[in-house]
Structure formats: C-alpha cells, structure tokens
Design a protein around this ligand. Structure first.
Ligand code: 5AD
Ligand code: SF4
Length: 455
C-alpha cells in the first residue's frame, strides 16, 4: 500500500464516483482494477489526480446528480487543472463535447464501447496536460476488455451483451449504449472460469436485455438457454442469476431453465413498466398484460417458489387513472417481492418525449406513492411468510451494523433477498454458504440464525 505522500509523488491516484445500474457498477469495478494493475492507488476525492464519474442518464434524476457531482468535484479540487476529470457512461455519450467547456476540468469522455481503452487514455492524458480525448464511438462488435486479476468477492458480475435494440418509447439506452452486441460465449466462459478460480461462487450475468443474447449479427450463435447451461456446469459454481430480462424475449427454453438448471436461482427481475395494454402499446413494449401474466404463470409452473421483481413507470404520457389501476391490479396478481418504480421523465431524442398529453408531475408523484405503498405491503407479506423457514445464504460480507461481542454477516437467500446472520465466531465468513433458519422479517430484509454447518 502506498502512503498518500508517495501517491502525490507519482501522481497515480484515482477516485471513481458511480451512478446507475449494475452494468455501470461492474464497469467501474473493471476500470478500478485495471488502474490498480497499472500502479494507480484508489484515494478519496481530495487526494485524487484522476476523478472518474461513471454516469447514468436513464432518468432525469440520476442525470441531475451528475451535474451536482461535477460541481462538487470542482469545489473539492478548487478547479485545479492538474486534476484529470473523466466522464464515462451515458451522460458522456449523450452530452459529448459539450462537457469540454473552456474552464472545465473534464479532459476525457468515455462511452460504453470506449471503456476498454480508458486506462491507456488516462495515462496518456496525465502525461499530456494540454490534450483532451473522446472515446465515444460505437463499435460494431462487442468490445472485449483486458482481463483483470483483482478479487471481487463471492459474487462475480459478468457482461454478456452490450446495448439494446428495443427502442422502448421512453428509453434513452439504445441511444447511449448503442445497438445490441453479444459477447462471444467462449470469452464469457473464460471470464466466468477465471472468476470462479479467484473464489467467486455465484455468477450474475449482466446485460440491458440478456435474453436477447445472440439475436444480433455480432455473436457466435449460442442461444441464451445453452449459455446458461454451459455456465451452470463450470466447476465451483454454486449459484447463477441474470439481469435484466425483457418479458417479450423470454423463450420457452428460458422459462424451462428455471426447472432444469439447478444452479439457476428462483428469482427473476422482469420489468413490467405498466399493467395497462394501452400504455404498453404506446411504450412499444411488444407484450400485453395477458402475455405477461401468462409468462409469470409459466415461470411458476417451471419453478413453484419463483420470486419475481419488476420495474414500473408511473405517469407515462396519456396514462389515465384506469390505466394506473390496471398496473396496481397486475402487481397484486404477480405478487412481486420488490419493485423499482419511477415517475416518467422525458429523455431527449425518445419517442415518448414528443408525445402529447403529459401527466402532471403532482399526479405522477401521487401514483408513485400509491404504487410504493402497495409494494411495501406486498413485500411485508411475502417476507413475513418466510419466517420459520430454512434456507441457504451466500455470505457476501459483514452487515452494516455489528452487535456487541458477536459478528453480523450479510448474505442473500436463493430468492435474492438480503439476510443478516449473527454469529458467535470472529472469523471471516465471506464467501461461505450458510444453512440458516429465518427468524424475523424486516422492511426489506430478513434476519436469521445458523441452522447447520457452513460450506
Ligand atoms: N422515465 C422514467 N423511468 C424510466 N426508465 C427508463 N426510462 C425512463 C424514463 N424516461 C425506467 C424503466 C427501466 C428502468 C431501468 O428505468 O422502468 O426499466
Ligand atoms: Fe430501454 Fe426497453 Fe432496452 Fe430496457 S428493453 S434498455 S427499457 S429500450
């Protein structure tokens, strides 16, 4: 470990601020690991020569947070031109060179396909303080990144596809992350093997629309279901999950996998967006409420204990009270264990931004709070149901709060719910599978006690 003084001497210090989805979190992890391999040290914002903002513009709120973060970086660094500020992710892609204002500290812009070349560009720009650089071009195929050796805990997130071709009416992702590009199955398997060798026990396959895997011209033809089977048989793998699935792209074999791939966890994030057929049609989601309900039923036929979660948008243009009530009804029928819900916001360049009949913000907010109240009640009921049952958790690390004289550990059950487990021992249990008995349901998590030997 370098002392702060040494860091200042060689100038190779960095700080990363991440907004947005799991893909962004994983991109930041890769960038941090690559910089560390090049001799950089991670520091606080005050001491960093390189500050990276990995940004999200999927909704208005995260985008506003990026502007606030840039102002904060300027305040903390006193606008020092010696500090290299990098803007990566969707906001870089969307705003482009506008981020290079004359007094701006931003000298590097990195889009999702440019990340592979970012570490090299950072080193070059540190050596050439007058230069600026844009890595915003979209590539035709999946841009492979150099493998990193850094350990990343028991859950390994592995990208399988970049971009999205769905062009849902409200969504900026196809514009900021570009067209869909599948990664070669061999490259995915190689990364999975390396991560399992490095101690991971669970693999989370990532992509904006994972089950459209290889339905583009770039991939190698392996279907999503056969990719799952191949990953599931890798030595050392205990659990497999994926996120995010598009309801329209769930093929029968993807549904069947929940019944016949034992490592595949019984949890699926399946964004519904709206329960109204009118709204779904205008959103361009290409399914209706009946097909969504049928899919949920088939998933539970394949795996009766299947837990579903979802994303919902409140106040899409033209959404009536009746449309919204249809959404509430379907949420109850599907019994989602959790949901992310958002007020609709206009995103530049999307079809929905041009639609008339925008919902008033007060109406959207009121609907959002009704949605969230319903979800809280559903979550409470489903979690309360789990009390008294035995399950296994994969311990991901220490809990935020520690009890006196004991240690508390945070893991997830097969349904993806966070479970806290208090143990007498003082060892490190990260990465262990622990049989537990659920003793208590909290608002969004469960508490448990040990119920067998860890492995
Ligand atoms: N307004 C509100 N929510 C949005 N989402 C995507 N675009 C918008 C928008 N313009 C939500 C969707 C998506 C999640 C990642 O963000 O629910 O599934
Ligand atoms: Fe956006 Fe729709 Fe693609 Fe999801 S499927 S990333 S909502 S365009």
């Amino acid at each position: 470990m370098l002392a702060v003084a040494d860091v200042a001497m060689n100038g190779k210090s960095f700080h990363i601020i991440t907004f947005g989805c799991q893909m962004n979190a994983n991109d930041s992890w890769w960038l941090a690991s690559s910089l560390a391999e090049r001799g950089f040290t991670r520091t606080g914002l005050e001491d960093a020569r390189v500050v990276v903002l990995n940004t999200c513009s999927v909704r208005e709120k995260p985008e506003r947070k990026v502007a606030a973060a840039l102002a904060e970086v300027r305040r903390v660094t006193g606008g020092d031109p010696g500090v290299l500020v990098v803007v990566a992710g969707c906001v870089a892609q969307q705003m482009g060179e506008k981020l290079f204002s004359p007094e701006s500290q931003v000298r590097l812009l990195v889009g999702s396909d440019g990340l592979a070349r970012a570490p090299e560009a950072i080193e070059r720009l540190l050596a050439e303080p007058q230069e600026r650089c844009c890595l915003l071009d979209f590539s035709v195929g999946y841009e492979e990144r150099k493998a990193v050796r850094a350990a990343a805990g028991p859950v390994a997130q592995v990208n399988i596809i970049q971009g999205c071709d769905n062009f849902c009416a409200y969504c900026i992702v196809p514009f900021t992350r570009g067209r869909q590009k599948s990664r070669r199955a061999e490259d995915i398997l190689e990364e999975c093997r390396a991560r399992l060798d490095g101690g991971a026990r669970e693999i989370l396959l990532l992509g904006q629309n994972v089950n459209a895997y290889n339905r583009d011209r770039q991939g190698d033809g392996t279907s999503f279901a056969s990719l799952l089977e191949r990953v599931a048989t890798l030595p050392g793998l205990v659990r497999l999950r994926y996120v995010t699935a598009h309801p329209r792209d769930m093929r029968p074999e993807d549904v069947a996998a929940f019944g016949n791939v034992p490592a595949l966890c019984p949890r699926l994030h399946l964004p519904l967006q709206s329960g109204s057929d009118n709204v779904l049609k205008r959103m361009g989601r290409k399914y209706d409420s009946r097909t969504f309900l049928d899919l949920a039923r088939r998933l539970r036929e394949a795996r009766p204990d299947m837990a579903l979660s979802t994303d919902i948008i409140a106040g899409f243009p033209g959404e009536s009270e009746k449309d919204f009530e249809d959404t509430l009804a379907i949420m109850e029928t599907c019994e989602f264990v959790s949901s992310f819900s958002f007020c609709y916001s206009d995103r530049p360049g999307t079809r929905a931004a041009l639609m008339p009949d925008k919902t008033a913000p007060t109406v959207s907010l009121e609907r959002l709070s009704r949605l969230q109240a319903l979800q809280d009640a559903l979550t409470r009921r489903l979690l309360a149901d789990r009390v008294g049952r035995k399950t296994d958790i994969l311990i991901e690390g220490r809990s935020r709060r520690q009890p006196p004289g004991k240690t508390s550990w945070r893991g997830r059950d097969p349904y993806g719910v966070v479970v806290n487990l208090v143990l007498e021992g003082q060892g490190d249990y990260t990465g262990k599978m622990a049989p537990v008995l659920i003793t208590r349901a909290k608002r969004h998590s469960l508490a448990a006690e040990p119920a067998g030997d860890m492995w």
